[in-house]
Structures are given as C-alpha cells and as structure tokens.
Ligand binder design. Structure first.
Ligand code: H2U
Ligand code: ZN
Length: 345
C-alpha cells in the first residue's frame, strides 16, 4: 500500500483531497463505544412528522400509511416571482432565486430508519422521491431538483422521525453545477460517461468496491473526503430517477438498505450522514454525459462519538484524511448485511 502523503483528484468536482495514510499509524485514541440504542416509540404524539399530528404551521398530517410528502412549512426557497436584488457593483453580485422545498417522511413509523424498513418500503420511498422530482421539474422555472437526507442530530437533523427533503431551484446549485461541467467535458472528449469509465476501472481493481447488484454498485470513491464516504452508481446511463425500471428501483432499494445497514453495524449505532442523489439538471438539454448516483457523507471517524471535523486546514486550504479509502472500504466490506438490532445472540 502506498503510504506517503499524496493528493487525490476528484474528477467529478475538479477538487483534490490530501491523503495522509502514515498518520493512521498513530495510536488509536478513540474508544469504540456502544452508545445505548435509542428506543423510539412507533408513534410519538409530540412529533410533527407522525401521522395525524399537527405541524408547526397548523396543518394536520393525514393518517398516512406509506411515504408521505408535504410542502416544507419553513421553506428555504419560495416559488413567488420577485424582482432581482439590485446589483450595484460587479463585486457585489446577486440574483433572485425561486424554488420549492418539500419534506418526505419515509413511513408512518417514527422509529424505522432506512436500513430498518423492509425492501418494499424503501422502494416506496424511492418512488416518492421520483414522483416529487417529476412534479417539481415540470414547473417551468425549476432547473434542478435536489433529493437529500440529513440523518442524525450531529448532522443538524431536527427530528428523529426518518425523513428526507427535496429542494427544487431555479438555478443549478454549486455541487451539481461542478459535476455537470466535469461530466460534460469528459463525455465530449471520450464519448463515454465519466462514471461508467470510473466504475469499469473500480471493478477491475476491486479495492474500493463494497458490493454490486445487477443495476448498481456501492463503493468508497478513490477521492473520498469523509472517512466512510460512499457512492452508489447506476450501471446504466440513466440521468434521472424517473428513468429507472421497476427492476432498477428494486436494485437501488436493495443496495441502499445494504449500505445503510453496514453503516449502522460499523459502530453499532444509528449512523449519521448526509446523503443525496445527483440527477442531471432540468434545463431542457439532453444529458447523455450524466450517470445517476448518490453520495453518502457520514461524519463519524472512529466510534459512535468520535467524528471528523472539517476545520483548520480543511476550511483554509483543502480537505484531508488519514484512513485511506481502501481501508474504509475493507472495513465496510467486512461487516454483516444483518442489522445489529436484529442479530440474534
Ligand atoms: P431536517 O431536520 O432534516 O432539517 O428536516 C426537518 C424539516 O421539516 C425542516 O426543513 C420542516 C423544517 O423546516 N418542518 C416543517 O415543514 N413543518 C413543521 O411543522 C416542522 C418542521
Ligand atoms: Zn414521528
């Protein structure tokens, strides 16, 4: 294994990460602590996401039985047409932004996270993300739809009831915009998509792959920044969730359940992360360069209580990691597909 400091290039964003494998040899200081398993009720009368309960805005949730989407009562983006803020100097530039924000509860169950839902329920969540994406993208002022889940209090998630969000915006946000530019340039130069070539190479090397099914591969990317960062990449060049066949949706549900189960098993804790799908923009252009994928960015480093902080050098210079993506992949590969809460001892 190459263990001198080096930079790894992220071809999707054009940014680099500093890898310092030699530092991982320093003594293991963090304890692997089992934090007491939170025992959440199936239904919480005080939860604004549970069925039949009232939300902050005064609306009452229906007695929903599957995934449930609603307009965010505190939306960061608003659909109203407004006048652009006055730009009085090129160095003080701004434009108005329109959009819509929705919340998607995974199920009526207050206590079941993605890995604990059965496959049919995960498929139902994917179907709901797809419907929401299609519905929002039909509005003529919407050009990007970001589906994401913020999980765990350390990620700033405000409610333990498993839920995700969908934000649709007029402009293409920073991360998808970088990926668009890089994937387009690669496709123009090579006539193949960046991520299909990358997947082929990763399958050949088999160092960072966690597992694959017929339609998707889960891996720790070569350029991962977060200790246990992963990506789920579609095998086919689908650019949107709505292009997936029923068999592909099942395969996506299966691989998401596997990834999140392994995450929970890593430190035997409900593993926090931010995850989201990168679909192509809805800008009226064809997107043959784009491969549908999801990123998982989990903050935990050594245990349920020791997290990685993106501070200091990372805020001022560039991201850095000690444990290599290969080591992270190996650890995630060695775990069971049975959720630790269901393991009989
Ligand atoms: P997060 O915890 O991932 O931030 O999601 C909770 C979202 O739910 C948050 O965006 C919304 C918040 O605005 N919300 C409502 O729409 N209605 C409520 O009654 C409370 C919270
Ligand atoms: Zn709830």
């Amino acid at each position: 294994m190459y263990d001198s400091p080096h930079r790894r290039f992220n071809p999707l964003t054009g940014e680099s990460v500093l890898v310092s494998p030699h530092r991982a040899k320093r003594p293991w200081q963090g304890q692997v602590e089992k934090s007491s398993t939170e025992n959440l009720p199936h239904y919480d009368p005080t939860c604004y996401l549970c069925p039949r309960n009232e939300r902050v805005g005064g609306v009452t949730n229906p007695d929903y039985k599957a995934a449930f989407a609603f307009d965010n009562d505190f939306a960061a983006l608003l659909p109203d047409e407004v006048q652009a803020p006055a730009s009085t100097h090129p160095l003080l530039a701004s434009v108005s932004e329109r959009g819509l924000c929705r919340v998607v509860c995974f199920s009526p169950r207050h206590d079941l996270t993605l890995p604990e839902l059965d496959l049919a329920a995960v498929e139902n969540v994917i179907a709901t993300w797809t419907e929401q994406t299609v519905d929002l993208s039909r509005k003529n002022f919407i050009h990007y739809v970001q589906v994401f889940e913020n999980k765990g209090a350390v990620m700033g998630c405000s409610n333990p009831h498993p839920h995700s969000q969908v934000w649709a915006s007029e402009h293409i946000p920073n991360e998808p915009a970088k990926e668009l530019e890089r994937q387009k340039a690669y496709f123009a130069q090579n006539g193949r998509t960046l991520l299909s070539d990358y997947l082929a190479e990763e399958h050949k090397r088999n160092e960072r792959i966690l597992f694959a099914n017929e339609h998707f591969t889960a891996l720790v990317p070569y350029w991962a920044v977060w200790p246990f960062e992963t990506m789920i990449v579609a095998h086919r060049n689908a650019a949107y969730l709505s292009e997936l066949t029923p068999a592909e949706v099942s395969a996506l549900a299966e691989i998401m359940k596997r990834v999140t189960t392994r995450y929970d098993n890593l430190f035997e804790v409900s593993f926090p992360y931010s995850m989201g799908f990168h679909q192509a923009p809805f800008d009226g252009q064809p997107h043959p360069e784009w491969t549908l994928h999801a990123h998982f960015y989990p903050p935990l480093l050594r245990s349920a209580t020791v997290r990685k902080f993106m501070v200091g050098y990372e805020m001022l210079a560039m991201p850095q990691r000690d444990i290599t993506p290969e080591t992270a992949a190996e650890r995630l590969r060695s775990l069971s597909d049975t959720h630790y809460k269901h393991e009989s001892n």
